[in-house]
Design a protein around this ligand. Structure first.
Ligand code: PHE
Length: 448
């Protein structure tokens, strides 16, 4: 038997997991949600949910590292002869669903890099809205960029864990950190920036509503890459002596740190230019280009921003492709190369459909939604919460407590502080909380 590929160092694991977590969720979704749901109060609630979901992150680390297997094989190994391996099937389906819209937005970042570098942004927001609309609804260019995006991720995944994923994320993540710090500093020194800072850090508790609570929890799930076998898969390449408690906490904090830095890069600028922060999903693609166009060296800052967005999206895209690749190589016995090629072809087809659903296929709907929205809805609102729920139930109620403790302490090498609290959250709090958001996001329960 050939030995399984693995990460070569703890730092390698940290940047790879953080790379998966830090993505469009942090740079595009988080800032506009903060803007929409009232700033600092939303951030506080979000912090609470990150703390609540960290035990799920630990659960996924436990399952992956213990089994040393892909998301399907992991449950097969830990609960032989049971149906728990269905979580693995769910993970593969969720990966395809997320890739099918995520890579389209990944493609948009390439278009915006090209526009930024060629200095195409004008100060006229109407025309920027038109530019965004014209581009996303057209047929050819978005698909071309989409394919380029999936291709870039595929090339990295084909090279393997050590020589692909770890090698690239080790370089890309520090670059990403420097770029976003650079942008945050630029933004903070704009005249009028302080209003944006106050918006981010002075909570107005009357802004907390049922809807913002649910939005914060969904965002935490998506942003931490939880509930779909991604962390299980990466953890299966972690060495027995690595400290997974530290790694889980470290990647969770990195994800949070990037989300806050992204907001610091965006909000002060938004306020400095007197724009409403509640612009929704267009914030990054419509509002930011307008801001950049009014700044000295705006093209440079715009290029840095959209390159950052692209890097963040790639390091997440590869983790999604790896979930499928690990499954296909280990369960279906395909070679790594064929697995990635097949994944590429399937994502190319579904991604193209979802890209076209912004334009020519607009009227073609399933369950009342176009392809793009359907993939987004299906993954964030159904597959991730369902996967997350099953994972905590599995860890809390099926795995033996001793196994969880042994894994979290890496075979007794490290202390596991607050083990009792972690187990309590895994067994009771997380399943109940997830069930509530799950039901309410399906519209089956009105909690607030
Ligand atoms: N966490 C990623 C982001 O914030 C998205 C993602 C979700 C990646 C699930 C992998 C798994 O962009």
């Amino acid at each position: 038997m050939t030995t399984r590929d693995s990460f070569s160092s703890q730092f390698g694991v940290l940047v790879a997991v953080a790379g998966s977590a830090v993505g469009l969720g942090n740079f595009w979704r988080f800032p506009y949600m903060v803007g929409t749901y009232g700033g600092a109060a939303f951030i506080l609630v979000y912090l609470l949910f990150v703390a609540l979901l960290l035990p799920i992150m630990y659960s996924e680390f436990v399952i992956g590292r213990r089994s040393q297997s892909n998301a399907y094989g992991a449950f097969k190994a830990l609960a032989p002869g049971t149906q728990w391996k269905g979580i693995g099937t769910l993970s593969v389906v969720a990966s395809f669903a997320i890739l099918s819209f995520y890579c389209v937005v990944g493609g948009w970042t390439i278009e915006y890099i090209v526009q930024a570098v060629t200095g195409k942004f004008s100060a006229n927001s109407a025309s920027l809205e038109q530019t965004f609309e014209n581009f996303t609804t057209s047929s050819f260019r978005p698909i071309l960029w989409h394919l380029l995006f999936v291709g870039s991720c595929s090339v990295i995944v084909v090279a393997g864990i050590k020589n692909g994923i770890e090698k690239y994320t080790k370089v890309l993540m520090p670059v990403l950190l420097l770029m976003i710090i650079f942008l945050a500093i630029r933004s903070l020194f704009l005249p009028g920036a302080s209003k944006g800072v106050a918006f981010l850090f002075n909570p107005d508790f009357s802004k907390i509503t049922g809807e913002s609570l649910l939005a914060a929890m969904g965002q935490a799930f998506f942003s931490l890459s939880l509930g779909m076998g991604c962390i299980v898969t990466y953890a299966s390449y972690v060495k027995k002596e690595d400290n997974i408690m530290k790694l889980g906490l470290g990647s969770g904090m990195a994800d949070l740190g990037f989300a806050l830095l992204a907001s610091l890069a965006i909000m002060p600028a938004v306020f400095a230019f007197g724009i409403s922060p509640a612009e929704g999903p267009g914030l990054v693609f419509i509002i930011l280009p307008r801001i950049f166009s009014q700044l000295p060296f705006g093209s440079l800052f715009a290029s840095v921003f959209f390159v950052s967005l692209f890097i963040a999206a790639v390091t997440s895209g590869i983790s999604l492709i790896e979930v499928i690749t690990a499954y296909a190589t280990e369960e279906l016995k395909l070679s790594r190369k064929s697995s990635v090629i097949i994944t590429f072809v399937i994502v190319a087809i579904f991604g193209s459909l979802s890209s076209l659903s912004q334009g020519v296929l607009k009227d073609f709907t399933l369950f009342g939604k176009g392809f793009f929205d359907m993939f987004d809805y299906l993954s964030s609102n159904i597959l991730l919460p369902l996967g997350g729920l099953l994972i905590v139930i599995f860890t809390g109620w099926v795995l033996k407590k001793g196994v969880v403790k042994d894994e979290l302490s890496s075979g007794g090498r490290y202390n596991v502080p607050i083990f009792g609290v972690i187990m309590f959250v895994i067994k009771y709090i997380a399943p109940i909380a997830i069930t509530l958001i799950f039901l309410s996001s399906l519209g089956l329960l009105k909690i607030f």
